[in-house]
Design a protein. Structure first.
Length: 182
């Protein structure tokens, strides 16, 4: 009579195989989060570009034929004229801030024959792209652009990607940008 030894046959994964699966999963998750962040910032930048263009056109159209944009907030005027995009949230009456810009608050003020549109908390990549949106070379109604502490005006010829890379802050979401138009 032969005696056979029963060997236990284990099924499942070894510890090494499980660690490998977890490591691959972690790498895929990190790559996905990075891609999501990039796509999200690009979408916000595109939305900000459209919003800036729309607000500029709407303000100019709303005040067409008038000699002044007033002094101070013009949001209430734009609301009553239905000149703001319908998807924007607006702070209570009497403020000069649109509440739901792509990066935070958007402010619109009038000052005599000029008006200003300001975006708060713009990330560096978006700051560089938005800075090139309106320049003296491509907008004849451009007066100035202030990025942080740097001012570009009608005589500025250096409103290039390289100069905005320098003037837009390195920190995330820290750039305030204000365009002035006539």
């Amino acid at each position: 009579m032969k005696m056979t030894l029963n060997k236990r046959h284990q099924s499942g994964f070894s510890l090494l195989e499980l660690l490998l699966v977890v490591a691959v999963g972690a790498v895929l998750i990190l790559a996905g989060l990075g891609a999501y962040r990039l796509v999200s910032e690009n979408n916000n930048t595109n939305q900000a570009t459209r919003l800036l263009t729309t607000l500029k056109q709407q303000v100019q159209q709303a005040y067409q034929g008038q000699t002044s944009y007033g002094n101070g907030s013009i949001i209430d005027d734009l609301i009553s004229m239905r000149a703001l995009p319908s998807d924007l949230g607006v702070n209570p009456a009497g403020t000069n801030t649109v509440a739901k810009g792509p990066f935070g608050d958007v402010t619109i003020t009038g000052a005599g024959n000029t008006f200003a549109i300001a975006f708060d908390n713009v990330p560096k990549g978006a700051c560089v792209r938005l800075g090139q949106q309106f320049t003296p070379q491509n907008a004849n109604d451009f007066i100035s652009l202030v990025v942080g502490t740097t001012t570009y005006n009608q005589s500025s010829t250096d409103m290039t990607q390289a100069t905005f890379l320098t003037s837009c802050a390195e920190q995330t979401d820290s750039n305030d940008m204000t365009w002035t138009f006539q």
